[in-house]
Design a protein around this ligand. Structure first.
Ligand code: UGA
Length: 439
């Protein structure tokens, strides 16, 4: 079986690599010639654990290849996945021009039946637009070639994407024909054999499922952050409260870790998109609006703590920052809370010494030379007046607190991810502040 995946970004590459891993012939297509040239030379444009090895392995076995031409690969591929980007346009709604351009190119180049599957996260109703775009091109060619469209949203977490694809909690597929359902069932068989479910539904529900899932997860985070802030005020400890509520299986232990707000390329964008879809349909998603508002203010909670520790005057202070990416195991800086926090620190006149295991290069696109990039975590502490932990990378979890105390001007730690223990920090002589625990 041969398939084509258009868009060799994060989702396209992971999808392509994983399908080839189970023996399917995959061509990954992208308009970016430099990216394709690099991929053909084994240079992977993103950091994702396990991806580089998987791509190299499958290229060597000739099951995975990269090309700039959809026209060249479409004739042999019965299934075409669209996984191109949908960046927000000026008014914040998803820009579908790349998705629809791929749809039109399918219509221009296909000569027999194709199943065109949307994998990009697209607003509810997009698959119908894809269908119309393909049909228009076929009409121009005066051809009557059968085709189907389907929606197959992805639920990959950055940093764990390979595992999520190989062992999915579920695969969601929206189709409107039996032929399409059979094809996708066959394609996903290697991933469902061990009991991982594949759920078939109508196309609009599949599109909606993607947004509802991310909206629910974002809601859990904003809820726990809101409760954490209240815990601090009333003198409760969110770490205890989290365990106390999480042991109720209806609530669950996952995704209720307080922090400095959710970031990344998905939650912020998808929450906004769903609010927009609702208002376009004259409905107001009140809960989700609150989720977004809480997240916006949560991104400033740690800055406010630092600022009040220094009595509102950060001029001449040096802040060591550990972690820049929006979460561990990725170099992704999109919507990272660090962007907001560092921006505020700099505006208040502080100097920032930052260390991140992988995101420094990405961070340079945002901060340029306005902050100091450190090669190593302890280097960031030299001469700093406090440490702020912004991403919970494993290597920050059990640091050498003695050396840290020696390097810092003052033994002060602001922990935005609750990775240290308050008692222990106090016993070691630190002034310690985290999220949702009274100091
Ligand atoms: C998210 C979803 O988890 C995936 O299922 C989905 O496929 C993906 O978006 C997408 O739409 O493509 P991702 O953005 O990679 O994946 O990141 P998550 O691991 O979900 O984390 C999102 C944010 O929530 C991070 O900023 C993280 O720090 C924060 N978070 C997460 C918390 O603050 N507390 C938690 O308990 C969990």
């Amino acid at each position: 079986m041969k398939i084509t995946i258009v868009g060799s970004g994060y989702v396209g590459l992971v999808t392509g690599a994983c399908f080839s891993e189970v023996g399917i012939d995959v061509v990954c297509v992208d308009v970016d010639k430099k990216k394709i040239d690099n991929l053909n030379n084994g240079i992977i444009p993103i950091y994702e654990p396990g991806l580089e090895k998987m791509i190299t392995r499958n290229m060597e076995k000739n099951r995975l290849s990269f090309s700039t031409s959809l026209a060249d690969s479409i004739s042999d591929s019965e299934v075409v996945f669209i996984s191109v980007g949908t960046p927000p346009d000026e008014d914040g709604s998803a820009d579908l021009k790349h998705v629809l351009a791929v749809a039109r190119e399918c219509g221009r180049t296909m000569d027999d039946y194709k199943l065109i599957v949307t994998k990009s996260t697209v607003p509810v109703g997009t698959s119908i637009k894809v269908k119309n775009a393909v049909q228009e091109e076929l009409n121009k060619r005066k051809l009557d070639i059968p085709f189907d469209v389907a929606s197959n949203p992805e639920f990959l977490k950055e940093g764990a994407a390979i595992d999520d694809f190989m062992k999915p909690d579920r695969i969601v597929v929206g189709t409107e024909s039996e032929r399409a359902e059979k094809l996708l069932n066959k394609l996903y068989k290697p991933f469902t054999l061990n009991g991982h479910p594949i759920i078939f539904m109508d196309i609009v529900s599949a599109e909606m499922t993607k947004y509802a899932a991310n909206a629910m997860l974002a809601t859990k985070i904003s809820f726990i952050n809101d409760i954490a802030n209240l815990c601090e005020v009333v003198g409760a400890d969110i770490n205890n409260v989290r365990k106390g509520i999480g042991s109720d299986s209806r609530i669950g232990t996952k995704f209720i870790y307080p922090g400095i707000g959710y970031g990344g390329s998905c939650f912020p964008k998808d929450v906004q998109a769903l609010i927009r879809t609702a208002s376009e349909n004259k409905y107001e998603l009140q809960v989700l609006k609150a989720v977004e508002a809480v997240n916006t203010s949560q991104k400033l909670v740690l800055f406010n703590k630092i600022n009040s520790h220094f009595k509102g005057d950060l001029r001449g202070k040096t802040i060591a920052v550990w972690g820049l990416s929006f979460k561990p195991q990725t170099d992704d800086m999109r919507e990272a809370p660090s962007l907001q926090i560092i921006k505020e620190l700099l505006a208040a006149g502080a100097t920032v010494n930052a260390y991140d295991p992988v995101a420094a290069e990405e961070a340079k696109h945002h901060f340029g030379d306005t902050i100091n990039y450190c090669e190593e975590q302890y280097e960031a502490l030299i001469g700093a007046d406090c440490l702020a932990v912004l991403t919970e990378w494993s290597e920050f979890k059990i640091p050498n607190f003695k050396i840290m105390k020696h390097l810092l001007n003052e033994a002060v730690v602001f922990d935005g991810r609750n990775i240290y223990d308050k008692e222990e920090m106090h016993n070691l002589g630190y002034q310690y502040s985290c999220i949702g625990v009274k100091t």
